[in-house]
Write a protein that binds this ligand. Structure first.
Ligand code: FE2
Length: 503
């Protein structure tokens, strides 16, 4: 850890009934209505025959808010306390004797033309495919510790999590129906085996979220800064949606998706599975696209996983949400979260080479997961067209935020009036970078440039202060709004804070 102790000593001793809390409070921003934030605080406790082990209530100047159970596991209960805080000034809450200050001043521009200064963190890829739970905490969570320290210097108002909040790849281990997922699957599993698989996966997902949410660095910041999350493939399994239909639509594949979906609603969004919070476009959860509107700022997070197939990145519901948002006036900045990078190098040559080489088929599936895949050319152009539409009014700007590639980079697409769409890629906060040679190959490919929309060339650029187009270090991104001007910095594990990039 880098010099700070991320977990402050509680101001009063922990009460005995709280010792059973395995994590919490983890703050999730549900929605913003009438200049108030609607927040969920999540807690996990052990089940007990004699005592429900209910976590202590959240106390705010508006009252006391007791947690209620929202999910039950074989030995655990997940609890949620919903409570409001003002959205136009700093505030706080207290829990179990500790006061937590919240930088909830999003400006006084609700209905007016003034926006306050703001800092938002963007993180992605919080884990690794293999052995993530066995990694040494201080090494694994080094960049989370940096984020805690950063918050102490200048507080964040929000943390956006851009995908792969957990790496669930290993949850399929240890059950006969999913042991060899996705290579080999039993043809006609019995109902009884499917029921035990569901149970096995539920407990597996719980253990992943538990390990991640109770890590001291994550726990410290998650209690002080509300989170908003957008899932990606590893929150389900590697390559979900880009796998062959025989895998996706098998009984095992469908149970895996249903359990991952339930876990994401509970742990990433603080929603029970019956009713999603108001920020979601589809209250039934057919896709998990959402948006929030703050003074001079809209955060837009389409769901690129729920409806994905090998031919489509989003289904009709996802596109309907994006088209409705693009048509709606939204003065100020739109942050478009695209879990996989919206701007990237031309991949079609690489894909063609991989299709022709059977051993490379796994990598072909990986490339198919990208907007830039030749299979998704139409979808990519459709989304870029919507981005252009959002940026068309003079008082609207848009910036794309992505993770996924375990490298940091940035891209630009020219818009009208000489304006630019900036694509900022930050990844991963815990996933270690691939070899530098891979970063250089990608950088070489990126030099070719790409123009899916005629007259709007895309270029991959160096992050200020970096030598290569793709930076092979762990990192996260910080977005600032100062006097209505937006800028971004990457925080790198070795090279530190990048110089300001004006957006
Ligand atoms: Fe990832």
């Amino acid at each position: 850890m880098t010099g700070i102790s991320p977990v402050s000593a509680p101001q009063t001793p922990i009460k005995p009934d709280q010792t059973a809390c395995l994590f919490g409070p983890v703050l999730i921003l549900n929605s913003v209505e009438n200049e108030r934030l609607s927040l969920s605080a999540l807690f996990l406790s052990l089940k007990s025959e004699s005592d429900p082990n209910a976590p202590a209530p959240i106390e705010t100047p508006d009252g006391s808010f007791s947690p209620s159970p929202i999910a039950e596991y074989s030995q655990h209960i997940l609890w949620r306390a919903c409570f409001p805080l003002p959205a136009d000034r700093a505030s706080y809450y207290q829990w179990n004797g500790t006061r937590y200050d919240i930088t909830s001043d999003f400006g006084r521009g609700f209905g007016r033309d003034f926006n306050g200064d703001l800092r938002i963190a963007y993180v992605s890829c919080n884990g690794e495919e293999h052995g993530d739970l066995d990694r040494a905490g201080p090494e694994r969570n080094k960049m989370w510790a940096r984020l805690c320290k950063d918050h102490q210097k200048a507080p964040f108002s929000l943390i956006l999590h851009g995908g792969d909040q957990v790496y669930a790849d290993e949850v399929t281990d240890g059950h006969p129906l999913s042991q060899d997922w996705p290579e080999k699957l039993p043809r006609d599993p019995s109902q009884a085996d499917q029921a035990t698989l569901r149970q096995h996966l539920r407990e597996g997902f719980l253990q992943r979220y538990l390990a991640i949410y109770r890590a001291p660095e994550f726990a410290w910041i998650a209690a002080r800064v509300p989170s908003m999350m957008q899932w990606d493939d590893h929150d389900i399994c590697d390559g979900w949606g880009s796998l062959r239909r025989s895998r996706t639509y098998s009984p095992t594949g469908q149970i895996l998706f249903q359990v991952a979906h339930e876990a994401a609603l509970l742990f990433q969004h603080g929603c029970g599975t019956k009713k999603l919070s108001d920020r979601f476009s589809d209250p039934d959860g057919g896709h998990l696209g959402w948006k929030v509107e703050l003074p001079g700022l809209r955060i837009l997070a389409p769901d690129l996983r729920s409806e994905r197939t090998r031919r489509e990145i989003m289904g009709e519901l996802g596109w309907q949400m994006m088209e409705a948002e693009a048509a709606k006036p939204s003065p100020g900045r739109t942050l478009l979260m695209s879990s996989v990078p919206l701007l990237g190098p031309r991949l079609s040559l690489l894909e063609m080479a991989m299709v022709l080489t059977p051993r490379m088929q796994k990598y072909e599936d990986d490339l198919r997961d990208q907007w830039q895949s030749r299979a998704h050319r139409g979808s990519w152009k459709r989304m870029l067209g919507l981005v252009k539409q959002i940026a068309a009014p003079k008082d609207q700007q848009i910036t794309a935020l992505s993770g996924e590639i375990h490298l940091a980079t940035r891209g630009e697409m020219t818009l009208e009036r000489g304006e630019l769409l900036h694509q900022l890629v930050a990844s991963g906060i815990a996933h270690r970078a691939p070899p530098r040679a891979w970063a250089k190959i990608l950088g070489t490919l990126a030099a070719l440039g790409e123009s899916p929309l005629p007259g709007h060339p895309i270029r991959i650029r160096r992050i200020p202060g970096q030598i290569w187009r793709y930076a092979a270090e762990r990192n996260y991104l910080v977005l600032h709004r100062r006097a209505n001007e937006w800028s971004a910095n990457w925080e790198f594990e070795r090279s530190g804070t990048s110089p300001d990039l004006k957006l």
